[in-house]
Design a protein around this ligand. Sequence first.
Ligand code: FAD
Length: 473
Amino acid sequence: MKDFAVVGSGVGGSSIAALLSAKGFDVALFEKEPYLGGCSSSFSHKGYTYNTGATTLAGYEEGYIVKEIFDAIGFVPELIQTDPSIVIIQGAKTTPRYKDFERFFESVQTNYPHAKNREFWELVYDLNKEFYKQSGHYYANAGVFSKLKSLMSFLPLFLKFQKYLRVDAQSFIEDFFGGINAEYMQFLESQVLIVAQAPLKEINFFTAALALGYTFNDNHYVKGGFSLLFETLTQNVQEVHKKSEILQIVKRSDCFELHTAKKIYEAKNVILNSTVYESARLFTDANIKNYYKKYEKLNNHQSSFMLYMSIKSSKEFHHHYQIIGDEVIKNTLSKALFVSFSDAHDEKIAPKGIYSITASIHTDSRFWVDEANYKAQKKELEGILRKTILETLKIDEAEVLECFSATSKTFAHYINRSQLGGNAITMKNFLPFLPGNDTPIKNLYNVGDTVYAAQGWPGVMLGVKNLQRLLGV
Ligand SMILES: Cc1cc2nc3c(=O)[nH]c(=O)nc-3n(C[C@H](O)[C@H](O)[C@H](O)COP(=O)(O)OP(=O)(O)OC[C@H]3O[C@@H](n4cnc5c(N)ncnc54)[C@H](O)[C@@H]3O)c2cc1C
């Protein structure tokens, strides 16, 4: 019998499996797909390699959460630092998000001049640096008493940042600037959406500041694609079962039984990396089913439409662009498209002279359920995004070697989830209401972006650290 069975090899599942293995536990990691990483994986298609969803790794620097967990595992990833970490293109304006404050400030003040700009961006910068110095807080959700006790651990953080936590980001920004034009507001809104996964009016200013300021921290490109990172990250996990979907979990008095199509495994503890919205179906036990069912209402159906492209080009590109248009693009939720290029020298991803491109835009999974229109709708959006990328970044049609797309339906088919935004922290969905890493069911835990502490590498890794603390290991 295993000490721990981890269901799913996303950022959360792979990291906790590797961490528990490094601490001496006997761990089995189960992944439905042949490649590891979930939303942060990479895959091959007709000879080219693409990152599936995530393309940037934030939080790998001294004093930050991803580095802390990787160090505890004894894992050193192969990375390239990206600076600027993203280049924002809005009409004729190009604003590189440099790590260096003055370098970035010069371009933002040129493109979006405002008397309050310095004060605003210094506040964003300071809140980022201050937040990552805070420690000692944790989140328990198994029972009322443990939850209240854990919420007390956030008291110093609440007291320090309360004036930014109590107000929605849109109102705060409007008041702060005392007038801000629609173009500048869109520049801020688009950047916040890709990190916080919610619009400015739904989140507090503190969350918005962390989203706007992540570029002041180190950001990295992962050499060879994300799945390679996960292969190395999990190399010391005792058992990694790929192409092994867990179809059912049965609670016994002293253990859990995990059923795949071929075999039944036993473990003392189970850690689910499947989303909380989709986990009820795994269980036969009514209590556990009900526990997960109550979280299904948190599913906001936010998802992504993906465009994957390979191009042959002698030009040089930045690693990441955000292209902001004037209108919300049809069948999406956004005016902005996030476009990532493979590194010109990363031949594990693409041979010299060829770039692999992963582009994403926010959509709603319910836009992709109409079988009759699905193909035509997909082709249409694929065409719009392809044209936007080629025209904005001055790439010739003739340079395109391959181009295809994926919808929420594609994600549901491969990694069992169509909601891809995670459980965003908003004004309504704040700490006491978040699903946690622990559950009221003994020896059953969660990890990943639909539970504490939300999405992206830093968010999921905060959850991994939280789980480590709750497990007392
Ligand atoms: C388009 C897009 C772009 C993004 N860009 C970035 C970025 O640049 N930087 C960043 O930090 N974050 C980014 N994110 C967010 C980030 O990718 C996610 O928050 C993170 O990867 C989620 O990790 P997770 O631990 O929740 O696992 P998931 O990614 O949800 O993976 C779960 C895994 O579990 C497996 N699984 C599910 N059910 C079962 C089962 N029953 N049996 C076996 N296996 C199962 C799935 O196949 C999957 O591999 C992006 C997300 C998307 C969608």
